[in-house]
Design a protein around this ligand. Structure first.
Ligand SMILES: Cc1cc2nc3c(=O)[nH]c(=O)nc-3n(C[C@H](O)[C@H](O)[C@H](O)COP(=O)(O)O)c2cc1C
Ligand SMILES: Nc1ccn([C@@H]2O[C@H](COP(=O)(O)OP(=O)(O)O)[C@@H](O)[C@H]2O)c(=O)n1
Ligand SMILES: [Mg+2]
Length: 231
């Protein structure tokens, strides 16, 4: 860690932000420690120490005069502010993926049947770009992920249409692109498939992929996985 990083903490950063708001990124601004202290809710001595620390870290340049000081933010200081700005941008602007956590579980062995039906298979190939391994990997969701999974409904999914053969109709489904993570390894792409008609409730999700995921990621019942669903 550099000396600069050690010398400056969040208190100094707050002062640097106020200086930037006053225009010190663009050039010299006149600063009085008394005024700065008021805005930082600190004593004048504290405000003065903060400015000194910022100067020692190389984040500002100062020219002290009789009735105050002229302060400019340096390129290094600007970079520190930019990093903060990037953090806040990630907080407020990014469309973060949904992270569903759970454990691998066995189901009723019906997934294999449905995924293999020609009316679905055709659509998977056309719309997902692969022929899925016959089956669905069932994941029992952890408590928190059960609540969060409803957010998935607002994501752009790939629609699989209902269809019929001579005997019956088959329900529609929606596929959400995702990355499956297990024990640090990942498999990509998988799709969370949400059939319209299903005997599973919101405590489980089913995944499809071109390959047998149990083999690809060495999964057994009870193993913890993370499904990163893309927005
Ligand atoms: C593509 C697809 C279509 C399905 N369509 C139907 C359906 O038309 N009627 C129905 O009762 N269940 C349907 N299911 C749901 C299965 O009956 C069942 O809920 C689940 O997929 C089986 O999971 P499991 O064997 O992994 O436990 C469908 C499932 C999938 C994956
Ligand atoms: N892409 C896939 C799909 C299913 N599977 C597994 O393949 C088997 C057949 O799937 P299934 O849906 O018929 O069976 P269950 O989920 O009901 O146990 C199960 O053991 C699934 O966990 C997999 O490993 N990878
Ligand atoms: Mg299954």
């Amino acid at each position: 860690m550099s000396r600069a990083t050690l010398a400056v903490g969040y208190d100094e950063l707050a002062a640097l932000k106020l200086l930037a708001l006053d225009g010190a990124r663009r050039g010299e601004v006149k600063v009085s420690c008394g005024d700065l202290a008021g805005r930082l809710d600190a004593s004048t001595q504290t405000a003065s120490r903060r400015l000194q620390a910022l100067e020692e870290a190389g984040y500002v340049e100062r020219d002290v005069v009789s009735d105050g000081q002229w302060v400019t933010i340096t390129d290094d200081g600007d970079r520190v502010l930019q990093r903060e700005y990037e953090d806040y941008r990630r907080v407020f602007e990014t469309t973060a993926d949904l992270e569903l956590r759970g454990s691998v579980t066995a189901g009723m062995g019906e997934g294999r049947h449905y995924i293999s039906l020609p009316g679905y298979k055709r659509q998977f190939e056309e719309r997902l770009g692969y022929e899925p391994f016959p089956g669905t990997l069932n994941v029992e969701l952890a408590e928190r992920s059960r609540r969060e999974r409803s957010a998935m409904e607002s994501f752009d999914g790939v629609d699989i249409d209902e269809w019929e053969d001579d005997e019956r109709t088959y329900g529609s489904a929606t596929c959400y692109p995702a990355v499956l993570e297990a024990d640090g390894d990942t498999y990509d792409p998988v799709h969370v498939i949400v059939p319209d008609r299903t005997h599973h409730d919101e405590t489980k999700v089913e995944l499809i992929a071109a390959d047998k995921l149990r083999d690809e990621l060495g999964l057994a019942d009870g193993d913890e996985v993370i499904v990163h669903v893309s927005q």
